[in-house]
Design a protein around this ligand. Structure first.
Ligand SMILES: C[S@@+](CC[C@H](N)C(=O)[O-])C[C@H]1O[C@@H](n2cnc3c(N)ncnc32)[C@H](O)[C@@H]1O
Length: 231
């Protein structure tokens, strides 16, 4: 299926089209993912798959070049997976044709224009790429309107661990050139507070996934069946 692009903003990710950027995004990152970070990636994928179990229709609001969507689409009970990212190049790098998968390129904060809802909305590792806390809150509200279940996965502040700090500074920032917002790295308690404030009165379950890249906080929020999507 083709790619529908509504992208206008500037993605905070790898590739701005130069040969050097394409080398980093197309070779260095996949190589590291296939070797050093293979286990970390598998663990995070397994946790994501578990959190989205039972969802027949899923949207990943910022999939980047991650191929988690192929594992989701391989499930016999999954009917449809929509993957979105502001960065068209990242989507193209990760693209493998699949009849259940549609690709969309739009600002995740503007996804309210979609007139469909999904069983699951995945918000994985995008929060620390946003402008500020207000944007985080708005994205969580958008995810709530899109999904009857919202799964948030976010790296905990990498600067608090020795190896994650080195990786963040030297690998992600300098080698890959990723642009994140250091002010939006938080510990588990603070992330839990952000999720609680976004979804007051709704029960959620949290778990933490420790990897060589750092520890990730995962939240699964199930909205009640009578949840008013316009609220
Ligand atoms: C660290 S990557 C995570 C990608 C994927 N979710 C994963 O876990 O591998 C962050 C992604 O968020 C995307 N992104 C940042 N701001 C965005 C926005 N406003 N709307 C959509 N995507 C955005 C970037 O382009 C990038 O692909």
């Amino acid at each position: 299926m083709g790619l529908v692009s509504f992208a206008r903003g500037s993605p905070s990710s790898l590739c701005d089209g130069t040969g050097h950027d394409r080398l980093r995004a197309g070779i260095v990152k996949p190589l590291a993912n296939a070797t050093l970070f293979a286990r970390a990636r598998r663990r995070l994928h397994a946790a994501s798959l578990e959190a989205l179990s039972g969802c027949r229709t899923i949207i990943d609001v910022a999939a980047g070049d991650d191929r988690l969507y192929l594992k989701l689409a391989a499930r016999p009970d999954v009917d449809r997976v929509v993957i979105n990212d502001l960065d068209v190049e990242a989507l193209r790098r990760g693209a493998r044709p699949h009849p259940k998968v549609a690709r969309l390129s739009a600002d995740a904060l503007g996804l309210d224009f979609l007139r469909v809802t999904f069983d699951g909305a995945l918000v994985k590792n995008i929060l620390h790429h946003l402008a500020d806390l207000d944007a985080m809150h708005r994205l969580l509200q958008t995810a709530r309107r899109l999904g009857r279940r919202v799964v948030v996965i976010e790296i905990e502040d990498p600067k608090t661990g020795r190896l994650p700090r080195l990786l963040h500074r030297h690998y992600y920032r300098h080698l890959l050139g990723e642009r994140d917002n250091e002010d939006l790295f938080f510990d588990h308690e603070t992330l839990s507070g952000i999720v609680s404030r976004a979804y007051p009165g709704v029960r959620w379950v949290a778990r933490r996934v420790a990897t060589v890249r750092g520890t990730y906080s995962l939240y699964r929020v199930d909205f009640p069946a009578h949840h008013d999507m316009e609220a």
